[in-house]
Structures are given as C-alpha cells and as structure tokens.
Design a protein around this ligand. Structure first.
Ligand code: DON
Length: 303
C-alpha cells in the first residue's frame, strides 16, 4: 500500500503547480503549494502515510461536518433542518445568491458558509469558548488525539479579513436565523482554524466509515448521524464540484480551503489528504487527482 501511495503522490505533485493557494486568508498564502500528503486507515487497522503535510493545516470547511454532528446531537434533526436545507446548491461555498432569489429562504445546506454558520450557532454552550471547546472535544475524540488545538494565527488572520462571512452573518441575523453575529462568526471561524494533520483527518474519516465507532472501537456518534453527514458529503462535500467528484471518485468526502480532504469509504477506510494548491472550485487539485486514481485502483466507489 505504501508503495502505491508514494507513487501517486509523486505522480500528481507536479499538477499542484496548476492550482493556487487561496488569497483571502492571508496566512494560508504562505503554504508551499507543492506539498501533498496522504494517510490511509483501513479496517485491517493499518495506518499508512506518504508525502508531506503542510504547516498551518487546519480543518476549514471540513469542520462543517463535525459542527453538524454536534448540533444534531445537541438539538435533534428537526431543529437543525428547520433552519438549514438538505439540497446541493451548485453555487460557490460563500454564495448567498439562492437565498436572495428564493425570497429569503433558509440556506440550502449545512456545507455552504451561510448554512454552516447557523449550524455553529446551534451548538450548545453559554459562551464562544464553551461551544468551541465542546466541538474541539468531539474532534479530539474522533481523531483520538488530545493534542489537537485551535491555530490562533490562522483564526486571527481570517477574523481580520472575514468581510464576506460577516456580511453573510448579518444577512442571517436579519432573517432571524441566528441571534448574535459576532458570537456566531467567532465560533465558526474558530472551528475552521482547528489544526489537524493527515493522520487526524484519516482517523476522523475512519470513524465516519465505521458509523461513528472510533479507530479504537468506541461508539462516539450515533450511526444514524454518521450516515446522515456522509450523505451530505456525497451531495455537497466538494461544493459545486460534488457531481463530478461523485462520478470520478464516488466516495463521501469533504474538502477545505486549507487543501484538506477528509474521505470516508463506508465500512472500509478513512483517508486524509492535504495539498494546499486549490483548483478553481476550491478543492485540493493534487488531492482530488490522487483520490481519483486510488478509487479506480482499489475499486472504492460506493456507486
Ligand atoms: O469560511 C471560510 O471561507 C473558510 N474559513 C472556510 C471555507 C472553505 O474551507 C471552503 N473550502 N473549500
């Protein structure tokens, strides 16, 4: 397995030159666009890594999956989906377009920023730090790594430049979908800045693949919620590239603007990837290419 992963990383590393590290979170611009790393954990309990994981690797949008798990565990499906829809958008992740067009409807799903901010606001806790602390606890348990922390530098860098997200939060406030703009934005941006590496992502993907059971065998998340979030990963996890990704790769996956991809092959495998150079839709260009080959090689598509 190690040999194949090494080969795929070296095969696709040059492709990273065609991508770009994002500009709107200044600190992420400092990442090496040519770094590309992967970890695979399969049900035979093997953990295999290849390539390199960049510094400042954070969850970014991948955190939307864990926030959704926690919000549903806290409030139940009914309360969450009263405020956020279940449909893919076909629009960029930070778009508000459909909400305006459809006469101030709720955000279409919890994987776009507008929907994700509502989800973050539903996490129980009497302060930002209690809400974020509870999410951090879930992430640490899923990854079985109590060293996982918020990367304060990444949080600050985004907080100071979060003009679009702040605007989205104000719009949600106007519609009565959240109560407090500053608190919601801070919880959301702190969850995005949770620092992880490829092994952490692979372990979390493995936990979802095992319907909420961790690598060490603890049932952490109700199986029905693990199933629900994997379904969102299929329909909305790769933003407006989700359709093409489902055809070419066919694995529930969630990407982040940090170049991270968490993939979860039901009952078989968790995969974590970091490759900071992104394609036009915001997904790791090298990471998607590696997953395409892996899926073909190991017949991983769920379809
Ligand atoms: O809210 C944002 O814009 C970022 N913190 C996260 C966006 C993201 O990861 C989208 N990924 N493709």
């Amino acid at each position: 397995m190690r040999e194949l992963l090494d080969q795929l990383i070296e095969k696709h590393r040059p492709k990273c030159r065609e991508g770009e590290v994002p500009g709107y979170i200044p600190i992420l611009r400092e990442q090496n666009p040519l770094s590309l790393g992967i970890t695979v954990i399969s049900t035979d309990q093997e953990i295999v890594s290849a390539g390199d994981c960049p510094v400042h690797s954070t969850l970014q949008s991948i955190s939307k999956v864990f926030a959704l798990i926690l919000a549903i565990m806290d409030c139940g499906e009914q309360e969450v989906f009263d405020k956020v829809g279940m449909e893919p958008t076909g629009d960029p992740f930070n778009s508000i377009y459909k909400m305006e067009v459809f006469s101030h409807a709720k955000p279409l799903n919890p994987m776009i920023n507008a929907g994700a901010m509502i989800v973050s606001s539903l996490i129980k806790g009497s302060s930002v730090s209690e809400k974020v602390g509870r999410l951090l606890y879930l992430v640490r348990e899923m990854a079985e790594n109590d060293q996982i922390q918020i990367n304060e530098e990444v949080f600050r860098s985004e907080w100071e430049h979060a003009h679009r997200n702040r605007a989205l939060a104000h719009f949600l406030r106007e519609l009565g979908l959240i109560d407090d703009v500053d608190e919601t934005l801070e919880v959301y941006l702190r969850q995005c800045a949770i620092g992880v590496d490829c092994v952490d992502l692979a372990k979390m993907g493995f936990c979802l693949a095992q319907y909420g059971r961790t690598y060490s065998g603890k049932q952490l998340i109700p199986p029905s919620i693990a199933r629900l979030v994997k379904t969102f990963m299929v329909t909305c996890g790769m933003y407006n590239a989700s359709g093409e990704f489902a055809i070419k790769v066919g694995i529930p996956a969630k990407s982040g603007v940090s170049g991270g991809i968490l993939a979860s092959v039901p009952r078989r495998m968790g995969i974590g990837i970091f490759g900071p150079a992104l394609d036009k839709k915001g997904n790791s260009i090298g990471g998607v290419a590696v997953l395409e080959d892996l899926s073909r090689e190991w017949n991983l598509s769920i379809f």
